[in-house]
Ligand binder design. Sequence first.
Ligand SMILES: *Cc1c(COP(=O)(O)O)cnc(C)c1O
Length: 399
Amino acid sequence: MSIKEKNEEGWFGEFGGCYSPEVLIPALNELSLAYKKLKDSPEFKKNLQSLLKSYTGRPSLLSFSSNLSKLWGAKIYLKREDLNHTGSHKITNAIGQALIARFLGKKRLIAETGAGQHGVATATVAAHLGFECEIFMGTEDIRRQKLNCFRIELLGAKLHPVSSGTKTLKDATNEAMRDWSKRVEDTHYLIGSVIGPHPFPTIVRDFQSVIGIEARQQMQDQFACLPDAVIACVGGGSNAIGIFSGFLKDKQVGLFGIEAGGRSAKLGDNSASISFGKVGYFHGTRSLYIQRKAGQINEVHSISAGLDYPGVGPEHAYLASTGRAQYKWISDELALEAFQEVAKYDGIIVALESAHAFAYARELAREIGKKATILICVSGRGDKDVAEVARLCDYNIHK
Ligand SMILES: *Cc1c(COP(=O)(O)O)cnc(C)c1O
């Protein structure tokens, strides 16, 4: 591959591209063309903004946390994506892509889901905008996330259990891609993060960039400053790239992506693809993946189902390679501790995914001290995690 090609659309340095099965190329091309047209269309922008405002409640709050600031010793600010309808940042991308699908005349939305958050977001948008909907989910995740499965069905979507491979997110993604290749005429595959073949990483980034655009403006309007550090958890990387993109040009703002360190640094014990992965090709894009010596994708682990993916979006691999953003990992144990601390001292039950960002903020606050300002992206609320945390902490509800 030549350097020239790497500067083309869909490339982030040496990462990205479109390594897709032949059958999907027409659909991906159709999507690229449609998105190019719609991106700058005043009518599309108006529709999107109106739905984000009236249906999901944007702009999301940005607030100063005096309790956590006191506790951790730096000024802590929170971007509250947990307050969006359905409880996370995922709904924003789901609405954006559903509008593209409508423009393309598609009648059916399909999506993969791990913890079920993206499945719920997609089923929600399908119900609101009148699409048929089918959600692919590994049977292991179905077992762990019963409540979200019920939600998906309540919302009128069909749940499609996937029992191949490890029966988790990557297998659900495989199956969704397979379904799409059979029904590209009437179906849009609504990918939930900045992963997959071009144009998905760009489209999802653009929709989620509203987080960073709002946050930068809110910091200036409400607090007359920019943060010294912006911290977000990284699964596929959509909430992180969303908030980062508002600050990329502000070189004085440090960007920190926090991966799931799981139980240990050993292969299979974590899902920190930037910290421990290698360059490879998977789900249609060149990026960093947790893999064995011969290149097969390995099983991964995280306490939070939303971070439990063996790869990362290509733009993060690029930002790591240039050093513009730094990537750290936080263990299950520290994430769990932060989850409880934030609930107890600030009255916010955050998602276990987001708790990784809080745990790192606590470390960084101690390092950089009182005068520093830290902005944390609260990617979602933690109601979905409460039962699992109760189990892990051996909490007896009858005591
Ligand atoms: C899905 C999810 C994530 C991880 O996805 P990204 O694409 O990395 O943002 C993080 N937090 C919450 C609450 C999620 O639902």
